[in-house]
Design a protein around this ligand. Structure first.
Ligand code: ADP
Ligand code: MG
Length: 306
């Protein structure tokens, strides 16, 4: 394994923040860490980068231990919510700060990809929040880090800036084969970006798996609900769980329901149906009138099992 985090523990004021936390990452992989606020996500990144000292455990990159090295000797780059730039230096000087030598071709590639070639002479106060994050991204990646850490980098961006930056990040990380840990609270972003998703609760790893498996074969109802809505329905006295796109309208079936609500969502209508006393949701491309009786079918092979 390229990155190995082995049973790290971190306490703040005698309270465990991370307890025996382990994970391994292959070269070039993107891992997302998802977890509630305060679960220790940022602390993991701080321990890996060296901003925080671990109490126990080991961290190694390419079979070399780094947890006893100072921050500047770990070759790890970090971009967070509002990555600060030096206010007295222009964009180019911020990017190249303290770099003795750098790959000119790579700089050209990064500037072009992030579309900031034209703002190189501007100062931080003259650029937008989205541009600030793209500068921080280039500054990190021109250093060819062994590991790239992203801590909620989209938090202060509007949707259009966020979607643009998200695409840029994925493209660059994949093209440069940069191993990355991405901390985020928006599960949709993690499903799109990651090779694997790790779920952290109270400083402990609950599960790690591919986005496909986390979404389609979650280990618990709680995890399933983190990544999208779940319908629960009693069929033949047995509770079944399934995602709402797996409930479809059919001509005849033993599951009969009454439409309670039809909500226009843009791409589709979200229909709420009452089956006996249970409420379930489904997607429909057509509007359906309230109180209409419809027949439903659950796509069996896509049921969730816990
Ligand atoms: P997350 O990024 O998942 O929201 P953090 O890693 O920032 O969570 O914090 C996890 C827990 O550790 C929180 O309860 C937080 O208050 C605590 N914590 C983080 N940093 C410190 C610190 N420097 N001193 C004391 N407690 C801290
Ligand atoms: Mg955090």
């Amino acid at each position: 394994m390229f990155i190995k985090i082995d049973k790290i523990t971190k306490k703040f004021d005698e309270i465990f923040c991370l307890k025996n936390f382990s994970m391994s990452i292959k070269k070039g992989e993107i891992i997302s860490i998802i977890g509630p606020s305060g679960s220790g996500k940022s602390t993991i990144l701080k321990c890996i980068s060296g901003i925080c000292k671990i109490d126990k455990g080991e961290i190694s990159i390419n079979n070399k231990r780094v947890d006893n090295l100072p921050v500047n000797e770990r070759n790890i780059s970090y971009v967070f919510q509002e990555s600060p730039l030096f206010p007295h230096l222009n964009v180019k000087k911020n990017i190249l700060f303290n770099l003795k030598k750098y790959d000119k071709e790579k700089l050209f590639f990064l500037l072009k990809k992030t579309k900031i070639e034209n703002i190189q002479n501007k100062y931080p106060y003259q650029i937008s929040g989205g541009e600030n994050q793209r500068v921080a991204l280039v500054r990190s990646l021109i250093r060819n880090p062994d590991l790239f850490l992203l801590d909620e980098p989209f938090n202060n961006l509007d949707n259009s800036n966020k979607n643009q930056l998200k695409k840029i990040i994925i493209d660059i990380i994949k093209e440069t084969n940069t191993t990355t840990i991405f901390v985020n609270h928006e599960t949709q972003d993690s499903l799109e970006i990651s090779d694997k998703i790790l779920i952290l609760v109270n400083g402990e790893k609950k599960t790690i798996d591919t986005p496909f498996n986390i979404y389609n074969k979650p280990k618990s109802l709680k995890i399933a609900k983190m990544f999208g809505e779940v319908n629960e329905l009693l069929i033949d006295n047995k509770k079944v769980y399934f995602r709402i796109q797996n409930l479809i309208i059919t001509r005849k079936s033993s599951i009969k329901g009454k439409v309670m609500e039809s909500k226009f969502m843009g791409h589709f209508y979200k229909i709420t149906v009452k089956v006996d006393t249970q409420l379930v949701n489904l997607f429909s491309i057509k509007d359906i009138k309230k109180n209409e009786i419809i027949y439903l079918k659950v796509i069996k092979e896509n049921q969730l099992h816990f």
